[in-house]
Design a protein around this ligand. Structure first.
Ligand SMILES: [Zn+2]
Length: 288
């Protein structure tokens, strides 16, 4: 583990590697803390100017792995490019429900060409968004279902986006999400009962930075009560920045605030929570 981390850090921070390693060792008595940001959009223009520094800050703060998410074909290609450049970054491919309107047979075929790339570890984010409705609901459903089949074909877990479509997403997953790998409901916004229904189907639940907001009692209850084996933590950076950075651009390092809040809600040691949720990510996505 330590060797790996040194390799990652050396790769990313050729100049700062010495001080970084010492910093981490001193802070944690030789034990490297592992916290994973299971969902970020590192390809987005918000990171164009300072992506290297953002990644450097994440590693220095103990965020040892980041999964960067594709939302359409160009973004999936860019996510994979980043994953191929940095050992500690993994990528997904897929058409977000907002972008379902741009998906057709040929773009999905292009995505499928990436399905067996070693650094592609999941299909997503896919799903339904009946809140913003950037794509017509019928098209969203069709593209969602087609991609569930494709994920099944490549034996990849799925990353599900569900906004104001809990019932429809649940029904579609019940019918089509029956692949062996299952997946995660990202940025979960339902209540405890809904969370448990997805968990009973074999899915994980991922909690974003909104759990740190004062009025977030529903998501706080979910984060505090679901079985630890089913819990993932994410930033959804550059969106949904947790307190105390709320108002700024989100970045993978800030997953630390979300993890601390969840540890507090669960009355659990922070490092234990980091370890358990990281194990969940590694197991679900079969990370090396
Ligand atoms: Zn996202």
């Amino acid at each position: 583990m330590i060797t790996h981390f040194i390799e990652y850090a050396t790769y990313l921070l050729p100049k700062a590697v010495g001080s970084t390693i010492i910093h981490i060792r001193l802070n944690h008595n030789g034990v490297i803390e592992m916290l994973i940001d299971s969902h970020a959009h590192l390809d987005m223009p918000e990171f164009e100017k300072d992506r290297e520094q953002v990644l450097e800050r994440a590693l220095e703060g103990g965020v040892t792995r980041v999964i960067t998410i594709g939302i359409d074909l160009p973004s999936s290609l860019k996510a994979l490019e980043l994953a191929n450049k940095y050992d500690f970054i993994f990528s997904t491919i897929g058409y977000h429900p907002h972008n379902a309107k741009d998906a057709d047979d040929s773009t999905l075929e292009e995505l499928a060409k990436l399905g067996r790339e070693p650094k592609v570890i999941a299909w997503g984010e896919i799903g339904l968004d009946f809140y913003r409705r950037h794509s017509p609901p019928e098209k969203q459903k069709r593209i969602f279902e087609e991609q569930l089949d494709m994920a099944g074909h490549f034996d990849l877990p799925v990353i599900i986006h569900d906004r104001d479509a809990h019932r429809e997403v649940f029904e579609i997953l019940k019918e089509k999400g029956n692949t062996s790998r299952k997946g995660v409901i990202h940025c979960f916004s339902g209540d405890y009962k809904m969370a448990m229904a997805f968990i009973e189907m074999g899915f994980h639940i991922s909690i974003p930075g909104t759990v740190t907001y004062k009025k977030a009692s529903v998501v706080q209850e979910v984060a505090a009560s679901i079985p630890i084996e089913s819990l993932l933590i994410e930033t959804d950076a550059p969106f949904l920045t947790p307190v105390p950075e709320r108002g700024k651009r989100n970045e993978p390092l800030f997953v630390t605030y979300t993890a601390r809040k969840i540890a507090e809600l669960r009355q659990m040691d922070f490092r234990e929570l980091a370890r358990r949720t990281s194990e969940n990510v590694n197991r679900l996505f079969r990370l090396p």
